[in-house]
Design a protein around this ligand. Sequence first.
Ligand SMILES: Cc1ncc(COP(=O)(O)O)c(C=O)c1O
Length: 439
Amino acid sequence: MKATTGHEIVNQNKEFTFFSWSIQGTVNPIPVTKAEGVYFWDVDGKRYIDFSSMLMNANIGHQHPKVVKAIQDQASQLCFVQPAMATAPRGELGELLSKVTPGNLKKTFFCLGGAEANENAIKIARMFTGKFKILARYRSYHGATYGAIALTGDYRRPPVEPAMPGVIHFLDPYCYRCPFGWTRETCHRECIKHVEEIIQYEGPNYIAAIIMEGVTGSNGIIIPPEDYWPRLREICDKYGILLIADEVMSGWGRTGKWFAVDNWGVIPDIITTAKGITSGYIPLGAVIVSDQITKFFDDKYLFAGLTYSGHALACAAAIATIKVYEEEGLIENAVNLGKSLGQYLEDLKLKHPSIGDVRYIGLFSAIELVKDRKNKEMMGSESMIEIGKFLRAHGLSTFIFHNMVLIAPPLCIDKEQLNEGLDIIDQALELSDLSVVKD
Ligand SMILES: Cc1ncc(COP(=O)(O)O)c(C=O)c1O
């Protein structure tokens, strides 16, 4: 049956398809039929401002005509050939990726999304180094397949363990709740030093790689101190460990640079990415490796492969997407509007006692809500649900993680649209203010 009304679409979706990360009986999806720029519409014509770029991937905005046209043109010429064959868009995209990624990053293995990118990066790191352990952080998400979920540190891992063996987690540079008990003023960078201690305990000769999100995304936009990435780079060099930047969410202009590591001038050995590479128009993931790793495989067998690796439609979409970032100055817009966003969030913090912390870099930001600023007790789930309902009722869609509201709109957003969304969030926070503990 072809569903047409909102009710029918939702019911059919719910009856015959699973929804991610949720109790199936409780989901209440928006039946979406149309999207353009920073907005999307439900089947009844209600407009929503997309304040999270869907899942922080629709970076260029929705239905960009140039990308839609590139997909149509490629589809009418050649949708797909098997991955042992060469196509023009695959090679052109590979070359483009070597240009937009930092330093000597050279060759790309294509896959379908972020989890697969991380799976293949781990294989490549293990093959290249001959070592097997991987270090990753607790407040992280690296994907839901069994290798990627093993890397993931957050609540989504334990229920599905045992996953891939050999991953050791370490603590995060989460300055608002420093795991070592310091404040920004008294910080001694234990978050860096303890990584070196863990390396010594685990044995540098067994550790293939450290993987970290460029800027931690879904776990709350955790922006590391200035010297964090550079010092982790030094530690990796000292012990012969590869450094993998998971730029699935933090890449593609999101932080005001092509990739988040560019903010600190760091060149990882491998970048994994997906999401903004095509802005979600066609699924695509990529593992981009250094020149040294590229050369290593010149005479070694690459134990990696996927039927859809280098899919022509996806590659054509990515080439067009990258042109849009460049031609429309979207990364510059992320820098400029990022300043307005940051200022607005600082003002909100002065106004709303339920805000414990605001964090922002480019158009990548989070508001962390607490019941009590003194002891930082997290805002309860009932209040967060109320906020979510308010935002939805007022036509704003965004990503809420535990006690945090994430704000990561498409990079094509203008100041008026940004303020339109922020004003709705401002009103919603009056609800969480009601839950603040009174002295
Ligand atoms: C940092 C990071 N890595 C990996 C992934 C997994 O990507 P995918 O859902 O495309 O498999 C995500 C998804 O949100 C992510 O944020």
